[in-house]
Design a protein around this ligand. Sequence first.
Ligand code: CUA
Length: 163
Amino acid sequence: MATMLAVMMAIVVVTGITSALHPSSNVEVVEATTLHLRGEFVESNLGTAIEPDGLATVRIIAEQYDFVPRCVRVPADTPVKFRLTSADVVHGFLLPDTNVNTMVVPGFVAEVRTRFDAPGEYAMPCHEFCSLGHQAMWGHVSVQPKDQFAKLTPVKRTSCVPE
Ligand code: CUA
C-alpha cells in the first residue's frame, strides 16, 4: 500500500513539474517590464490587425484594472486569434458563451483562437481576482460585419475606443 501511494505521488509530482507548470494556453515568454517600450505589445500595435491571410489578430494588455484597449472590434465569420499579456499581476480573460477563457500571466503570452458567426456584443470581464479594483475590470468585444474590415491595411490597428 505504501509503495503504491509513493509511486502515485511520484507520478503526480514528476508530471506536474515536467508537463504542467505553465499557463494554460501556450508557453511563449515576453518581458513584462518593457511591454510599452518594444516588441509586439507596444501601444501602436494593440487592437485588431487583419493578417494577409484574412485572419484577425487581436493584441491586448491586461493591467490593474483595465484591458488596453478596453473595447476591441473584430469581424464576424472570420478566424480570430487573441494574444494577451499582463503588465503586472495575473488577470483573467473570458468571453461568455464562447470557447475563450484563459488566464493572463505576466511574462507569458496567452493565445486563444475563436470565431464569431454573427455580429454582436460580448462582455470581456477579468475573471481572476487581481486585487482591489478587480470587480471594475471589464472590457468589451464588438463583433462587426465582415465588410467593415475590408479596408484595413496591414499596418493599421483598430479598436472601438475613440482614436
Ligand atoms: Cu484583472 Cu481581475
